[in-house]
Design a protein around this ligand. Sequence first.
Ligand code: PHE
Length: 361
Amino acid sequence: MTTTTPDLSENAINALVSQGLAAFTNAVNLAELKAARIAHSGDKSALAVANRAIAELPGAERKAAGQLIGSARTRLNQAFTAREAELSEVELALKLASEGVDVTLPVALAPHGEPHPITALMEDLGDVFIAMGWEIAEGPELEAEWMNFDALNMGPHHPARATSDTLFIDPIENHLVMRTHTSPVQIRTMLSRPLPIYVVCPGTTYRADEFDATHVPVFHQLEGLVVDKGITLGHLKGTLDHLAKVMFGGVRTRIRPSYFPFTEPSAEIDLECFVCRGDSVGNPDTFCRTCGSEGWIEWGGCGIVNPRVLTACGIDTAVYSGFAFGMGVERTLMFRNGASDMRDMVEGDIRFSRALIGGAR
Ligand code: PHE
């Protein structure tokens, strides 16, 4: 409440307008402008006080005073609206500038996972065969003992059936094992697919083995099986040579006589030592720890499918023959990527995956 009577002269009112206009002009943002409006034309402003005082004037003076103050308020309102538009534009421009994104700036990428090197390698191995028109076959990891052994011509007294190698599942009368190799998928494939057969089976396998740099109890194999008319050892060697070429570049392969109950003849497939390339053989000064100066390292087993196995699956051995091979995926990863300790493959450290495949993807 003002105690003094406000000055309603034209000069006084114009002075109030000038102060208001100056305050609006000086406001540099909308908040300041709003404060200036409250101060100069709000309910408690000098102008509002003057307006209320009109009622106390003698009747004859009221009209002129009303017009004077009315036009003063109009001028202030117009100036306010104009300044408000200006400042809104300025503020919008500032906001847009501050929210602008330079898409050309380098950014720190959030860390992301990698496929496990074994998974990635199994896919790569599968792709080599898909490209040749083969199919991928799969089978259960918990397998019937008959599929894992008997059907593969491994009689009940075969050493691989001893509990030291095989993980048997309780109760033993159910004759279930964790498959010790991917070869039972050969049997499942021959029993379920039409001839001819061209399949690979990448899968997990189990043995009651040590856990050390070169053994893990849960490991992976890639099995291959072909059954067609006129299949020979030459087809087997050609296929493995192709696989070795894709996986290891110019490394040579050899097959060396061996024994598996389900192939006849059987062989081991060896790779030329990727470290010494055979140069250490017979040279005591340059012993090669990778191949023991043999010049070759064992990659897997293979052979011509034993006719007894084909017969057990109802395939006419007078018309059809086949070859099969199986190799360790962990060993393949060791040879291919220089991973020296298999334990790294099961520990799940992302740095291992990154080092092996991260950069390649
Ligand atoms: N299953 C054999 C093993 O685990 C490998 C093999 C597969 C050998 C196919 C011959 C043919 O050792």
